[in-house]
Design a protein around this ligand. Structure first.
Ligand code: ADP
Ligand code: MN
Ligand code: MN
Ligand code: MN
Length: 335
């Protein structure tokens, strides 16, 4: 029986890479092999030396095609020597996850995003002017408050059919803005699943002629930006009941503001202004229940003295391999 394998990879578009994919027919029950593509068309190579390598790293059922068809998340390597391509951030994440494996770090990422019409305006924004101010849209129900719920329903079911670790969804504060969460799992698993879930979102919305934007600040002015709050815990944070491990993690991250902000996604300065449930990007703060802090410690966590913390700074357009690598390196090297 022949089946279709959709190979997905991250390209070299700047400042924010895009997802690409193409289809390989696999015959006679074989597994997905290493494959290749023309890197000169994805900003990953020059025309003279254009071949890049696709190395399968995560495979799951393809919920769009169904049957035995699969999705194949790949790392990009250089064809000349199989070494990681400069755009391959997963390889460095894997190395750091391995180095600090004894800390048993796990993550849950809240992916916010914005639906746009093909004219570039958010769904729910009138052709001229603005919709009513923020207020009724977050977790809303009813026409005029939420937009394109049919895409959310289809995407959520697709993630479930693909066996991804999707945890939930909600309508966000700005009209046309939504969120889903992936987790909780180790750095590579949560990031692989998040990329496949992003690909599925683009793919489902494509059929509705709706654009998915991961822009950090898709509407200027008094509208919330889009983030990717990254919840994290080490074994010690989950088990010690005196808050010490959680506070030590927050303090370690607070010593490396610039390093983290530089890896948390393009245009973060436009989003982390200090308004709209954010802390300014150039300052660091942490606090219980505080949605205006860089890192929030949920109130339930403080009550029992253990659990996890939420780095609220990563952008919707962040690279989860980079974000989870930075948090792992900073938190685990400090203890
Ligand atoms: P909120 O919107 O209140 O910030 P969500 O419910 O959207 O929170 O997301 C909470 C996230 O926290 C989920 O992705 C979940 O996986 C993650 N999480 C829960 N417990 C842990 C833990 N011990 N370590 C890491 N992440 C966790
Ligand atoms: Mn959330
Ligand atoms: Mn949210
Ligand atoms: Mn959150």
């Amino acid at each position: 029986m022949a089946r279709q394998a959709e190979y997905i990879w991250i390209d070299g578009t700047e400042p924010t890479p895009l997802l690409r994919s193409k289809t390989k027919i696999i015959r006679d029950g074989g597994e997905a092999p290493v494959w290749g593509f023309d890197g000169s068309s994805t900003n990953q190579a020059t025309g003279e030396s254009s071949d890049c390598e696709l190395k399968p790293v995560f495979t799951c059922p393809d919920p769009i095609r169904g049957g035995d068809n699969i999705l194949v998340m790949c790392e990009v390597n250089l064809a000349v020597n199989d070494s990681p391509h400069p755009t391959n951030t997963r390889d460095a994440c894997a190395a750091v996850a391995k180095k600090y494996a004894s800390h048993e770090m796990i993550f849950g990422i809240e992916q916010e995003y914005t639906f746009l019409r093909t004219d570039g305006e958010p769904l729910g924004f009138p052709v001229r002017g603005y919709p009513a101010p923020q207020g009724p849209y977050y977790c809303g129900v009813g026409a005029g408050r939420v937009y394109a719920r049919e895409i959310i329903e289809e995407h959520t079911q697709a993630c479930l059919d693909a066996d991804l670790l999707i945890e939930g969804t909600n309508a966000e504060v700005m009209p046309g803005q939504w969120e889903f969460q992936i987790g909780a799992a180790d750095a590579l698993t949560v990031s692989d699943h998040l990329y496949v879930a992003r690909w599925l979102l683009h793919r489902v919305a494509e059929d509705y002629d709706v654009v998915v934007s991961l822009d950090a600040k898709p509407a200027k002015g008094d509208w919330n930006g889009a983030g990717a709050h990254t919840n994290f815990s080490t074994k010690a944070m989950r088990e010690d009941t005196d808050m010490k491990a959680i506070e030590a993690a927050c303090q370690a991250i607070g010593k490396k503001i610039d390093l983290h902000i530089a890896g948390y996604g393009h245009d973060i300065e436009s989003r982390l202004t200090g308004a709209h449930e954010t802390a300014p990007y150039y300052e660091f703060s942490y606090g219980v229940s505080n949605r205006a802090a860089s890192i929030r410690i949920p109130w339930q966590v403080q009550r029992v003295g253990k659990g996890y913390a939420e780095d609220r700074r990563p952008n919707a357009n962040c690279d989860p391999y980079t974000v989870t690598r930075l948090i792992t390196e900073t938190v685990c090297s400090a203890v």
